[in-house]
Design a binder for this molecule. Structure first.
Ligand code: FAD
Length: 425
């Protein structure tokens, strides 16, 4: 029997397992990334949001709460790398750009000032002279963080956290969990335990369970039959545009880029529109992928896609089939609007899903005193997953809310099968 069973071996679950395994007997249950290209013929219907090489990190995000979670996690990247010898972060810097005086860039600047972060506030012209290969609108405003910012590999971060957890004695079981229930396994000794049953029928007993299953939480009985978190599931598409190694070297100083603004006069206009600003995207500098090729990646905001996913079948189809060719092309055009002087060798689309809570903040909470959740990454949690996992473990295992951030910002909202909001069990 385990002290803690963490369900979901993704970014948050692996971080939680690592923290808990420092002082407890832990098991982590969740499947690895599928090794073959996904296909509809495969019976697999549970995927993750970490099958990639690039997630942006920076301390100055526009939401002060997410900024604090990031500021706690980022300094630990070096410790993680040292502990397991797996490189996870590239400190290439992060450039946040927005319309001058607009809500987005003003919020970023406020966080920089309030949290006393070292970052430069630049005019569009200044940002452009720093990165001449980026077509940044002159009348925009930018915040550039050169330190403690860049990108992490979510694949490597998960691998690193699991490696450390296993060194601490954590057992990793690569299965999908079908249900989590509270049981009294021994009538002579009526102690309530948590029983975790996998799709293959294996049963695991633990004193407590932490559910960290991201966007797939609703598609098994993890929080009680017919109960799911109140989150919206947005299908997100990315385009990866291949360039040569020589071109990647030419723009090797390129930082990660976040854009919320009107866009440049010469930028592609055929791009999905976000109600908050005409042009919203994030873009990663050239990264060498496991196929040996260099890709620049661009993704749109979840608000620019009115579509939502509701069923397991829709989720599987989106992961298996990927985005449509038009959206992939629109995003490739946007990359080429912004990054100048590179030759396109190829481009392709990829799909992912984000689970978004009404608060736009993660759920870190207890369903009851033996069952916790750490879900709803809202599309921002990769960089902050280490702190989210740690907070969830402290709350569930030690009954401690171990941060200055108000706990009520992280309360979970649940709904029943008919979409009704319900209170905790
Ligand atoms: C395209 C895209 C770009 C993003 N860009 C950024 C970025 O630049 N910066 C940033 O900080 N964040 C970014 N994010 C967000 C970040 O990747 C997510 O917030 C993060 O992955 C959430 O972590 P998680 O642990 O909740 O979910 P995941 O990482 O998806 O992990 C959940 C795990 O649970 C497993 N699982 C699910 N159901 C079960 C079950 N029943 N039994 C067992 N295991 C199960 C899954 O297989 C998966 O491994 C991006 C997300 C996407 C999709």
């Amino acid at each position: 029997m385990f002290d803690l069973c963490v369900v979901g071996a993704g970014l948050i679950g692996s971080a939680a397992a690592k923290h808990a395994s420092n002082f407890l007997n832990v098991c982590l249950i969740g499947p690895d990334e599928p090794d073959k290209k996904r296909s509809q013929d495969s019976p697999r219907d549970i995927y993750g949001g970490h099958y990639d090489e690039g997630r942006i990190y920076m301390r100055s995000t526009s939401d002060p709460v997410w900024a604090k979670l990031a500021q706690k996690s980022i300094p630990r990247y070096a410790e993680i790398e040292k502990e397991c010898g797996i490189e996870i972060a590239k400190e290439v810097g992060c450039l946040s750009i927005g319309s001058h005086g607009g809500n987005y860039i003003t919020s970023v600047k406020n966080v920089v000032e309030k949290d006393n972060l070292s970052a430069s506030v630049l005019s569009g012209t200044e940002a452009r002279s720093l990165f001449p290969f980026l077509s940044i609108p002159k009348d925009d405003e930018a915040v550039f963080e050169s330190h403690s910012a860049g990108y992490i590999s979510p694949r490597r971060l998960v691998k690193a956290q699991i490696t450390i957890a296993k060194t601490n004695g954590c057992q990793h079981i690569q299965e999908v969990v079908r249900s989590v229930t509270r049981v009294v396994p021994d009538n002579d000794n009526p102690i309530m335990l948590m029983e975790v049953t996998t799709d293959s029928g294996t049963k695991i007993l633990a004193k407590k369970v932490l559910v960290a299953t991201g966007a797939f939480t609703a598609f098994r009985d993890l929080l009680g039959t017919g109960v799911s978190p109140d989150t919206k599931l947005y299908p997100l598409a990315v385009t990866k545009l291949e360039i040569s190694k020589e071109d990647a070297n030419k723009i090797s100083t390129m930082p990660s880029v976040l854009y919320f603004g009107r866009g440049g006069d010469d930028w592609s206009r055929d791009y999905p529109v976000d109600p908050r600003a005409p042009v919203v995207f994030y873009m990663l500098p050239p990264i060498r992928y496991p196929d040996g090729k260099y890709y620049i990646k661009l993704g749109h905001s979840h608000d620019s896609v009115p579509k939502l996913l509701h069923t397991g079948t829709q989720m599987k189809k989106w992961f298996d089939q990927g985005p449509d060719a038009r959206l992939t092309r629109q995003m490739a055009d946007m990359i080429l609007s912004v990054v100048k002087g590179v030759k396109v060798l190829s481009f392709h689309g990829d799909s992912c899903v984000v689970d978004v809570a009404p608060s736009n903040r993660p759920y870190i909470d207890l369903i009851h005193n033996q069952l916790g959740v750490a879900i709803a990454g809202n599309g921002y949690a990769a960089k902050s997953s280490d702190e989210i996992g740690r907070l969830a473990v402290e709350l569930l295992m030690n009954g401690k809310w171990d941060t200055d951030l108000p706990q009520n910002l992280f309360y979970v909202k649940l709904k029943s099968g008919r979409g009704m909001c319900i209170s905790k069990l």
